[in-house]
Write a protein that binds this ligand. Structure first.
Ligand code: GH3
Ligand code: MG
Ligand code: MG
Ligand code: MG
Length: 316
Protein backbone atom coordinates (compact mmCIF):
# COMPACT_ATOMS: atom_id res chain seq x y z
CA UNK A 1 0.00 0.00 0.00
CA UNK A 2 1.08 3.56 -0.59
CA UNK A 3 1.14 5.90 2.35
CA UNK A 4 -0.51 9.09 1.21
CA UNK A 5 0.38 11.98 3.41
CA UNK A 6 -2.79 13.84 4.20
CA UNK A 7 -3.14 13.65 7.97
CA UNK A 8 -5.68 16.46 8.14
CA UNK A 9 -7.84 15.20 5.30
CA UNK A 10 -11.58 15.29 5.55
CA UNK A 11 -11.69 11.54 4.92
CA UNK A 12 -9.70 10.86 8.03
CA UNK A 13 -11.92 13.17 10.00
CA UNK A 14 -15.06 11.56 8.76
CA UNK A 15 -13.47 8.25 9.65
CA UNK A 16 -15.86 5.38 9.51
CA UNK A 17 -18.14 7.19 7.12
CA UNK A 18 -15.39 7.59 4.55
CA UNK A 19 -17.07 6.71 1.28
CA UNK A 20 -13.97 5.00 -0.05
CA UNK A 21 -14.24 2.46 2.72
CA UNK A 22 -17.77 1.47 2.12
CA UNK A 23 -17.99 0.52 -1.50
CA UNK A 24 -14.64 -1.06 -2.27
CA UNK A 25 -13.30 -4.41 -1.24
CA UNK A 26 -12.02 -5.19 2.22
CA UNK A 27 -8.62 -3.79 3.13
CA UNK A 28 -6.68 -5.42 5.95
CA UNK A 29 -3.79 -3.72 7.70
CA UNK A 30 -1.52 -6.63 8.60
CA UNK A 31 1.12 -6.08 11.30
CA UNK A 32 3.66 -8.78 12.04
CA UNK A 33 7.35 -8.28 12.80
CA UNK A 34 8.20 -11.79 11.59
CA UNK A 35 8.66 -11.57 7.81
CA UNK A 36 7.91 -15.25 7.11
CA UNK A 37 4.73 -15.26 9.17
CA UNK A 38 3.64 -11.93 7.66
CA UNK A 39 4.03 -13.12 4.11
CA UNK A 40 2.16 -16.36 4.88
CA UNK A 41 -0.78 -14.44 6.37
CA UNK A 42 -0.77 -11.94 3.52
CA UNK A 43 -0.87 -14.81 1.03
CA UNK A 44 -3.91 -16.38 2.72
CA UNK A 45 -5.75 -13.05 2.77
CA UNK A 46 -4.92 -12.23 -0.85
CA UNK A 47 -6.18 -15.63 -1.98
CA UNK A 48 -9.53 -14.45 -0.56
CA UNK A 49 -9.29 -11.28 -2.68
CA UNK A 50 -8.68 -9.14 0.34
CA UNK A 51 -6.32 -6.25 -0.23
CA UNK A 52 -3.49 -6.26 2.27
CA UNK A 53 -1.28 -3.50 3.59
CA UNK A 54 1.72 -5.18 5.23
CA UNK A 55 3.74 -3.55 8.01
CA UNK A 56 6.52 -4.91 10.23
CA UNK A 57 5.95 -2.71 13.27
CA UNK A 58 3.27 -0.90 15.25
CA UNK A 59 4.91 2.42 14.33
CA UNK A 60 4.40 1.66 10.62
CA UNK A 61 0.82 0.51 11.27
CA UNK A 62 0.02 3.81 12.99
CA UNK A 63 1.62 5.75 10.15
CA UNK A 64 -0.73 4.03 7.72
CA UNK A 65 -3.72 4.93 9.90
CA UNK A 66 -2.51 8.51 10.28
CA UNK A 67 -2.22 8.86 6.51
CA UNK A 68 -5.98 8.47 6.20
CA UNK A 69 -5.64 5.19 4.30
CA UNK A 70 -8.89 3.18 4.13
CA UNK A 71 -8.52 0.29 6.59
CA UNK A 72 -11.45 -2.03 7.30
CA UNK A 73 -9.73 -4.46 9.61
CA UNK A 74 -6.44 -4.71 11.50
CA UNK A 75 -4.79 -8.11 11.91
CA UNK A 76 -1.82 -8.01 14.25
CA UNK A 77 0.60 -10.33 15.93
CA UNK A 78 0.42 -9.75 19.69
CA UNK A 79 4.20 -9.51 20.02
CA UNK A 80 5.26 -6.82 17.58
CA UNK A 81 8.88 -5.67 17.89
CA UNK A 82 7.87 -2.24 19.23
CA UNK A 83 4.48 -2.65 20.92
CA UNK A 84 2.11 -5.23 22.33
CA UNK A 85 -1.13 -6.09 20.52
CA UNK A 86 -3.17 -4.51 23.31
CA UNK A 87 -1.18 -1.27 23.09
CA UNK A 88 -1.60 -1.17 19.31
CA UNK A 89 -5.32 -1.75 19.79
CA UNK A 90 -5.53 1.27 22.12
CA UNK A 91 -3.68 3.43 19.56
CA UNK A 92 -6.01 2.29 16.75
CA UNK A 93 -9.03 3.24 18.86
CA UNK A 94 -7.52 6.58 19.75
CA UNK A 95 -7.17 7.36 16.05
CA UNK A 96 -10.33 5.91 14.54
CA UNK A 97 -12.72 5.84 17.50
CA UNK A 98 -13.71 3.07 19.90
CA UNK A 99 -14.61 -0.07 18.02
CA UNK A 100 -14.52 1.79 14.67
CA UNK A 101 -12.00 -0.65 13.18
CA UNK A 102 -11.98 -4.29 14.34
CA UNK A 103 -8.60 -5.56 15.50
CA UNK A 104 -7.84 -9.29 15.40
CA UNK A 105 -4.85 -10.59 17.33
CA UNK A 106 -2.66 -13.61 16.55
CA UNK A 107 -0.02 -15.24 18.69
CA UNK A 108 2.29 -18.21 18.62
CA UNK A 109 3.20 -17.79 22.27
CA UNK A 110 2.44 -20.72 24.53
CA UNK A 111 0.92 -18.33 27.05
CA UNK A 112 -2.86 -18.55 26.52
CA UNK A 113 -3.35 -15.58 28.85
CA UNK A 114 -1.94 -13.20 26.20
CA UNK A 115 -4.98 -13.83 24.00
CA UNK A 116 -7.34 -13.44 26.93
CA UNK A 117 -5.78 -10.11 27.91
CA UNK A 118 -6.08 -8.88 24.32
CA UNK A 119 -9.79 -9.76 24.21
CA UNK A 120 -10.33 -8.13 27.59
CA UNK A 121 -8.71 -4.96 26.24
CA UNK A 122 -11.37 -4.87 23.52
CA UNK A 123 -9.82 -6.96 20.74
CA UNK A 124 -12.40 -8.23 18.28
CA UNK A 125 -11.06 -11.77 18.08
CA UNK A 126 -7.97 -13.82 18.88
CA UNK A 127 -6.46 -16.63 16.81
CA UNK A 128 -3.87 -19.00 18.30
CA UNK A 129 -1.09 -20.15 15.97
CA UNK A 130 -0.80 -22.63 14.40
CA UNK A 131 -4.29 -22.34 13.02
CA UNK A 132 -6.32 -24.05 10.35
CA UNK A 133 -6.48 -21.85 7.25
CA UNK A 134 -10.25 -22.38 7.12
CA UNK A 135 -10.62 -21.16 10.69
CA UNK A 136 -8.51 -18.07 10.00
CA UNK A 137 -10.55 -17.31 6.86
CA UNK A 138 -13.80 -17.83 8.71
CA UNK A 139 -12.88 -15.46 11.51
CA UNK A 140 -11.64 -12.79 9.09
CA UNK A 141 -14.79 -13.09 6.97
CA UNK A 142 -16.95 -12.85 10.07
CA UNK A 143 -15.25 -9.66 11.31
CA UNK A 144 -15.16 -8.12 7.82
CA UNK A 145 -18.86 -8.86 7.32
CA UNK A 146 -19.83 -7.20 10.60
CA UNK A 147 -17.62 -4.25 9.69
CA UNK A 148 -19.23 -3.82 6.25
CA UNK A 149 -22.71 -3.87 7.77
CA UNK A 150 -21.63 -1.35 10.39
CA UNK A 151 -20.18 0.92 7.70
CA UNK A 152 -23.41 0.71 5.71
CA UNK A 153 -25.45 1.68 8.76
CA UNK A 154 -23.08 4.51 9.62
CA UNK A 155 -23.25 5.83 6.08
CA UNK A 156 -27.04 5.67 6.15
CA UNK A 157 -27.17 7.46 9.50
CA UNK A 158 -24.98 10.24 8.09
CA UNK A 159 -26.65 10.74 4.74
CA UNK A 160 -29.74 12.52 3.53
CA UNK A 161 -32.23 10.15 1.93
CA UNK A 162 -33.43 12.43 -0.88
CA UNK A 163 -30.12 13.87 -2.08
CA UNK A 164 -27.55 11.39 -0.76
CA UNK A 165 -25.53 14.30 0.60
CA UNK A 166 -24.43 14.27 4.23
CA UNK A 167 -27.31 15.19 6.54
CA UNK A 168 -27.62 17.79 9.27
CA UNK A 169 -26.70 15.27 11.95
CA UNK A 170 -23.40 14.45 10.28
CA UNK A 171 -22.70 18.15 9.68
CA UNK A 172 -22.94 18.69 13.44
CA UNK A 173 -20.76 15.65 14.20
CA UNK A 174 -17.98 16.26 11.66
CA UNK A 175 -18.22 20.07 11.62
CA UNK A 176 -16.74 20.82 15.06
CA UNK A 177 -13.87 18.40 14.41
CA UNK A 178 -13.08 20.06 11.09
CA UNK A 179 -13.12 23.53 12.69
CA UNK A 180 -10.82 22.31 15.45
CA UNK A 181 -8.35 20.93 12.90
CA UNK A 182 -8.33 24.17 10.90
CA UNK A 183 -7.77 26.30 14.00
CA UNK A 184 -5.03 23.96 15.24
CA UNK A 185 -3.25 24.46 11.89
CA UNK A 186 -3.61 28.20 12.48
CA UNK A 187 -5.86 28.59 9.45
CA UNK A 188 -9.06 30.62 9.49
CA UNK A 189 -12.04 29.04 7.83
CA UNK A 190 -15.60 29.82 6.87
CA UNK A 191 -19.10 28.41 6.93
CA UNK A 192 -21.78 29.05 4.33
CA UNK A 193 -25.52 28.46 4.40
CA UNK A 194 -27.10 28.30 0.97
CA UNK A 195 -30.86 28.51 0.50
CA UNK A 196 -32.88 28.21 -2.71
CA UNK A 197 -34.89 31.35 -3.44
CA UNK A 198 -38.69 31.20 -3.56
CA UNK A 199 -38.69 27.44 -3.38
CA UNK A 200 -42.20 27.34 -1.96
CA UNK A 201 -43.43 29.12 -5.06
CA UNK A 202 -41.70 26.52 -7.25
CA UNK A 203 -43.39 23.73 -5.28
CA UNK A 204 -46.76 25.47 -5.51
CA UNK A 205 -46.41 26.03 -9.25
CA UNK A 206 -44.97 22.71 -10.39
CA UNK A 207 -45.69 20.33 -7.54
CA UNK A 208 -43.68 18.73 -4.79
CA UNK A 209 -42.23 16.02 -7.03
CA UNK A 210 -40.69 18.58 -9.38
CA UNK A 211 -39.44 20.34 -6.24
CA UNK A 212 -37.68 17.12 -5.24
CA UNK A 213 -36.06 16.84 -8.67
CA UNK A 214 -34.78 20.39 -8.31
CA UNK A 215 -33.36 19.59 -4.85
CA UNK A 216 -31.56 16.54 -6.23
CA UNK A 217 -30.20 18.57 -9.13
CA UNK A 218 -28.88 21.30 -6.83
CA UNK A 219 -27.35 18.69 -4.52
CA UNK A 220 -25.56 16.99 -7.40
CA UNK A 221 -24.18 20.26 -8.78
CA UNK A 222 -23.06 21.32 -5.31
CA UNK A 223 -21.29 18.08 -4.64
CA UNK A 224 -19.35 18.38 -7.92
CA UNK A 225 -18.54 22.06 -7.38
CA UNK A 226 -17.65 21.83 -3.69
CA UNK A 227 -15.68 18.60 -4.11
CA UNK A 228 -14.29 16.28 -1.45
CA UNK A 229 -12.10 18.75 0.40
CA UNK A 230 -14.88 20.57 2.19
CA UNK A 231 -17.84 19.41 4.24
CA UNK A 232 -21.15 19.71 2.39
CA UNK A 233 -24.54 18.73 3.82
CA UNK A 234 -28.24 19.22 3.30
CA UNK A 235 -29.23 20.98 6.50
CA UNK A 236 -32.95 20.59 5.86
CA UNK A 237 -35.60 21.57 3.31
CA UNK A 238 -33.95 23.61 0.56
CA UNK A 239 -31.02 24.64 2.71
CA UNK A 240 -27.43 23.42 2.37
CA UNK A 241 -24.35 23.97 4.53
CA UNK A 242 -20.72 24.18 3.45
CA UNK A 243 -17.93 24.13 6.00
CA UNK A 244 -14.64 24.96 4.35
CA UNK A 245 -11.57 22.95 5.24
CA UNK A 246 -9.48 26.07 5.83
CA UNK A 247 -10.20 29.07 3.64
CA UNK A 248 -9.80 32.82 4.12
CA UNK A 249 -12.95 34.85 3.78
CA UNK A 250 -12.02 36.49 0.46
CA UNK A 251 -11.51 33.14 -1.22
CA UNK A 252 -14.59 31.68 0.43
CA UNK A 253 -16.64 34.63 -0.78
CA UNK A 254 -15.35 34.29 -4.35
CA UNK A 255 -16.07 30.57 -4.21
CA UNK A 256 -19.65 31.10 -2.98
CA UNK A 257 -20.33 33.75 -5.56
CA UNK A 258 -19.09 31.42 -8.30
CA UNK A 259 -21.39 28.71 -6.88
CA UNK A 260 -24.33 31.09 -6.97
CA UNK A 261 -23.65 32.04 -10.62
CA UNK A 262 -23.12 28.43 -11.63
CA UNK A 263 -26.41 27.31 -10.06
CA UNK A 264 -28.30 30.21 -11.65
CA UNK A 265 -26.93 29.20 -15.05
CA UNK A 266 -27.95 25.57 -14.91
CA UNK A 267 -31.17 24.57 -16.61
CA UNK A 268 -33.03 21.90 -14.72
CA UNK A 269 -35.09 19.52 -16.81
CA UNK A 270 -38.04 18.04 -14.93
CA UNK A 271 -40.86 16.33 -16.84
CA UNK A 272 -41.42 18.66 -19.78
CA UNK A 273 -40.42 21.74 -17.89
CA UNK A 274 -37.08 23.48 -18.06
CA UNK A 275 -36.53 25.37 -14.85
CA UNK A 276 -33.97 27.73 -13.43
CA UNK A 277 -33.39 28.70 -9.82
CA UNK A 278 -31.39 31.20 -7.85
CA UNK A 279 -29.86 30.86 -4.40
CA UNK A 280 -28.93 33.16 -1.55
CA UNK A 281 -25.86 32.49 0.57
CA UNK A 282 -24.85 33.68 4.03
CA UNK A 283 -21.15 33.32 4.77
CA UNK A 284 -19.49 33.66 8.18
CA UNK A 285 -15.82 33.51 9.08
CA UNK A 286 -14.45 31.21 11.73
CA UNK A 287 -11.39 32.57 13.51
CA UNK A 288 -11.78 31.56 17.12
CA UNK A 289 -12.97 28.46 18.90
CA UNK A 290 -16.67 28.75 19.75
CA UNK A 291 -19.72 26.54 19.97
CA UNK A 292 -20.41 25.18 16.49
CA UNK A 293 -24.01 26.47 16.62
CA UNK A 294 -22.67 30.02 16.87
CA UNK A 295 -20.93 29.79 13.50
CA UNK A 296 -24.06 28.45 11.87
CA UNK A 297 -26.17 31.12 13.53
CA UNK A 298 -23.88 33.84 12.18
CA UNK A 299 -24.10 32.41 8.65
CA UNK A 300 -27.89 32.23 9.02
CA UNK A 301 -28.05 35.91 9.90
CA UNK A 302 -26.09 36.81 6.77
CA UNK A 303 -28.44 34.59 4.79
CA UNK A 304 -31.40 36.47 6.23
CA UNK A 305 -29.77 39.73 5.12
CA UNK A 306 -29.21 38.33 1.63
CA UNK A 307 -32.89 37.43 1.40
CA UNK A 308 -33.93 40.90 2.51
CA UNK A 309 -31.53 42.59 0.15
CA UNK A 310 -33.34 40.96 -2.78
CA UNK A 311 -32.04 37.33 -2.90
CA UNK A 312 -29.66 35.80 -5.50
CA UNK A 313 -26.57 37.08 -3.69
CA UNK A 314 -23.87 36.26 -1.16
CA UNK A 315 -23.50 38.29 2.03
CA UNK A 316 -20.72 37.90 4.55
P1 GH3 B 1 -37.00 32.22 0.43
O1 GH3 B 1 -36.55 32.74 -0.87
O2 GH3 B 1 -37.23 33.28 1.43
O3 GH3 B 1 -36.07 31.17 0.94
O4 GH3 B 1 -38.42 31.54 0.19
P2 GH3 B 1 -38.74 29.99 0.13
O5 GH3 B 1 -40.08 29.85 -0.49
O6 GH3 B 1 -37.64 29.29 -0.54
O7 GH3 B 1 -38.70 29.60 1.65
P3 GH3 B 1 -39.76 28.93 2.58
O8 GH3 B 1 -38.99 28.60 3.84
O9 GH3 B 1 -40.97 29.79 2.72
O10 GH3 B 1 -40.17 27.60 1.85
C1 GH3 B 1 -39.36 26.50 1.78
C2 GH3 B 1 -40.18 25.41 1.12
O11 GH3 B 1 -39.41 24.24 0.93
C3 GH3 B 1 -41.37 24.99 1.93
C4 GH3 B 1 -41.36 23.49 1.89
O12 GH3 B 1 -42.59 22.96 1.45
C5 GH3 B 1 -40.31 23.16 0.87
N1 GH3 B 1 -39.62 21.92 1.16
C6 GH3 B 1 -38.94 21.56 2.28
N2 GH3 B 1 -38.44 20.32 2.14
C7 GH3 B 1 -38.81 19.88 0.93
C8 GH3 B 1 -38.58 18.64 0.21
O13 GH3 B 1 -37.93 17.71 0.67
N3 GH3 B 1 -39.10 18.56 -1.04
C9 GH3 B 1 -39.83 19.57 -1.61
N4 GH3 B 1 -40.30 19.41 -2.84
N5 GH3 B 1 -40.05 20.73 -0.95
C10 GH3 B 1 -39.55 20.88 0.29
MG1 MG C 1 5.60 -14.22 16.50
MG1 MG D 1 -35.74 29.25 0.35
MG1 MG E 1 -35.21 27.80 3.72
Amino acid sequence: CVIKHQPESINLLIGAVDRALTNGKTTVLLADSDAASRSELAGILRRKRISVCEVASAADALQVLDSGEAVDLVVTDLDLSDMSGAALLAEVERRRGDGAVPVIGLSDSGDRRAGARFLEAGGTDFIQKPFLEAEFNGRIAQAAGVQKRLQTLQRQAASDYLTDLYNRRHFFVAGPRLVEQCLRRGEPTAIAVLDIDHFKRLNDTYGHEIGDIVLKHVAKRLSVLVGEDHLLARLGGEEFGILFNGCDVRRAFAFCDALRLELAKSRIVADDEELTITVSIGLATIETSEAFENYLHAADQFLYMAKHAGRNRVIS
